[in-house]
Write a protein that binds this ligand. Structure first.
Ligand SMILES: *[C@@H]1O[C@H](CO)[C@@H](O)[C@H](O)[C@H]1NC(C)=O
Ligand SMILES: *[C@@H]1O[C@H](CO)[C@@H](O)[C@H](O)[C@H]1NC(C)=O
Ligand SMILES: *[C@@H]1O[C@H](CO)[C@@H](O)[C@H](O)[C@H]1NC(C)=O
Ligand SMILES: *[C@@H]1O[C@H](CO)[C@@H](O)[C@H](O)[C@H]1NC(C)=O
Ligand SMILES: *[C@@H]1O[C@H](CO)[C@@H](O)[C@H](O)[C@H]1NC(C)=O
Ligand SMILES: *[C@@H]1O[C@H](CO)[C@@H](O)[C@H](O)[C@H]1NC(C)=O
Ligand SMILES: *[C@@H]1O[C@H](CO)[C@@H](O)[C@H](O)[C@H]1NC(C)=O
Ligand SMILES: *[C@@H]1O[C@H](CO)[C@@H](O)[C@H](O)[C@H]1NC(C)=O
Ligand SMILES: *[C@@H]1O[C@H](CO)[C@@H](O)[C@H](O)[C@H]1NC(C)=O
Ligand SMILES: *[C@@H]1O[C@H](CO)[C@@H](O)[C@H](O)[C@H]1NC(C)=O
Length: 471
């Protein structure tokens, strides 16, 4: 108590004109239009990018948090222009990081910059907090390139902190920003740059808004996912720009379901899947909407990679333009604009079911076809494709002729390219679908619809049109 009062007496609390209204029953805050604010420089942050500012930043957050408790109002920790090098900092309830557009929070590149428990390896971490956020137009930068052990245009080899025994293989690196067990999260107007591993990670959280966020990760570095929505409900993403090596928007279920996810008005480029459900898929995915999204030169467009027995239903993809191309096959993805798969990852896994998918108003130009693959234990049912313009042509020199079940299942299987490859489906509608094939000899394509020798039942096609065209 003494310490809190001491800190408070050090503060100069100021008011800004921004207005916040809290109507939530869950909210710890009273509705008050004026958030409190406190600058990290008040606690001695250098902002020179050389000296660690961890202690001043954490003191500012703690002071803000104390002010939140006292005044029951949100409090902004202000980062004025500068570069703030830091070890992990812990965000508290009611606190918003307000990073000036000329300010950067730089994550430390050393193992000792992160907590002992690997599950807490983030540059910014909020745990069991409510009414938290990040805003201000500035940047959080994980210095991901400092984690590259060997640069390789195919795929960089990354540093691994696996010698700690905390995790395995090359996925043993810190994430950038994490919210674990949080509610009422608002991330807006911020750049999240060069994560060493995953970028923005929601875990067991509820009611998250992510808007006007730019995410950039090195195109050749593995695992630098954009937004991972794990075991979390009620997430709204809008106006995002994501350019990464690994998956861009990636709901996962490891310990619980994911309900109600919306992503709209986004631009995405990735060497993996632009939108990917899975592959961690132990529980339900339900009620997702992806609308008005441009996917540019990615390895895979819209993907369901269900491998662990979780069921998926009621997912809509609308008004989406896609271009997908081949990259080096060490990256999952074979240029599929749409990829809907469920199969048991390995002998110990189950296959989940996938039902009620709607794809509407989709335009794509791609080097490979659509892949729709259920499996014996997990059927795809009630899939609808309405208003689709699909253009197929080749423009890279990477080899084709595989279907890609990775991770696990049948891995890579040699198979002739098809416009739509189908297996284990019950209930499929194509309506107003135009498929155009570049008649380039080298493509050897003559296969608009391909049914693997397995069940595909109850198909309806209305205005389905397929033809070759002169490039
Ligand atoms: C750590 O990961 C590297 C790279 O994947 C690997 O070569 C090494 O054997 C791993 N070490 C341990 C202890 O897992
Ligand atoms: C969700 O969080 C926002 C703040 O990000 C808050 O304004 C809103 O009231 C919350 N909604 C619910 C249902 O808690
Ligand atoms: C999400 O909603 C489901 C279904 O209501 C619930 O079981 C789960 O606990 C919720 N998760 C969180 C993190 O609130
Ligand atoms: C999902 O959204 C619907 C409609 O807004 C709501 O009724 C339902 O409670 C939400 N589910 C969860 C788990 O919060
Ligand atoms: C679609 O998203 C873009 C941003 O990517 C935006 O400029 C445009 O207004 C959106 N269109 C609609 C209809 O919302
Ligand atoms: C997709 O392309 C069409 C035609 O070029 C355009 O009218 C539409 O706005 C684009 N939609 C998106 C989401 O980019
Ligand atoms: C998926 O659905 C099947 C069939 O309804 C059910 O038996 C199974 O428990 C569900 N899986 C999960 C993880 O909820
Ligand atoms: C497909 O192309 C046709 C003809 O150019 C156009 O009228 C239609 O709007 C396009 N549909 C989509 C979903 O882009
Ligand atoms: C699909 O596009 C048509 C024509 O542009 C539009 O009228 C319709 O609302 C769109 N459908 C959806 C679900 O967005
Ligand atoms: C056939 O599939 C359609 C669309 O998925 C579905 O609405 C219909 O109920 C199915 N019919 C049967 C007999 O299963």
């Amino acid at each position: 108590m003494f310490q809190v009062q001491l800190l408070l007496s050090l503060l100069t609390l100021s008011f800004t004109t921004q207005s916040y209204t809290y109507t939530s029953q869950l909210s710890i805050l009273q509705s008050n239009p004026n958030p409190l604010s406190i600058s990290v420089t008040k606690f001695g942050a250098a902002g020179d990018g050389i000296h660690y500012d961890t202690v001043p930043i954490q003191k500012a957050i703690n002071a803000c948090s104390a002010a939140v408790s006292k005044h029951r109002r949100q409090c902004h920790v202000i980062f004025p222009p500068g570069n703030y090098l830091t070890a992990t900092v812990f965000l508290k309830s009611g606190v918003v990081l307000d990073i000036h557009k000329k300010a950067t929070i730089l994550g430390g590149p050393k193992l000792e910059d992160y907590p002992k428990e690997q599950s807490k390896w983030y540059v910014v971490l909020a745990e069991d907090a409510a009414d938290v956020g990040i805003t201000g137009g500035g940047e959080i930068n994980g210095q991901g390139l400092k984690f590259v052990q060997r640069f390789d245009k195919k795929k960089n080899v990354m540093v691994s902190w696996n010698h700690t025994g905390a995790c395995l293989g090359d996925e043993c690196r810190p994430r950038l920003v994490g919210f674990i067990g949080c509610r009422n999260i608002e991330i807006s107007d911020v750049r999240l740059i060069e994560p060493a591993y995953w970028c923005l990670h929601l875990v067991r959280s509820d009611n998250t808004s992510i808007s006007d966020v730019t995410i950039y990760g090195d195109f050749n570095s593995p695992n630098n996912d954009g937004i991972d929505i794990e075991d979390s409900n009620n997430t709204v993403i809008t106006r995002c720009n994501i350019n990464t090596g690994d998956d861009a928007i990636c709901p996962k279920s490891s310990t619980g379901p994911v309900h109600n996810l919306t992503a709209t008005n986004c631009w995405i480029r990735t060497k993996s899947s632009a939108i990917k459900l899975g592959s961690a898929s132990f529980y339900t995915f339900k009620n997702f909407l992806f609308d008005n999204i441009t996917i540019f030169e990615s390895h895979r467009g819209l993907a369901l990679q269900i491998r662990d027995g979780g069921n998926v239903s009621d997912i809509t993809f609308s008004n989406i333009n896609i271009s997908t191309r081949y990259y080096h096959p060490s990256w999952w993805g074979r240029a599929e604009p749409i990829y809907v798969t469920t199969c048991p990852r390995d002998a110990t896994s189950k296959a989940g079911s996938i039902s009620n998918l709607l794809f509407v108003n989709i335009t794509s130009t791609s080097e490979n076809g659509i892949f729709l693959s259920g499996s014996g234990g997990g059927v795809l049912s009630n899939l609808k494709f309405i208003n689709m313009n699909l253009t197929y042509k080749r423009w890279t020199k990477y080899p084709d002729g595989w279907v890609d079940y990775r991770p696990g299942c049948q891995e890579l299987v040699k198979h002739q390219t098809a416009g739509v490859m189908m297996e284990h489906i019950d209930g499929l509608v194509f309506e107003n679908v135009v498929m155009k094939w570049s008649n380039d000899e080298s493509m050897r394509w003559n296969n608009p619809l391909d049914f693997r020798p397995s069940t595909v039942n109850n198909i309806s096609m209305l205005n389905f049109y397929s033809r070759s065209y002169q490039q």
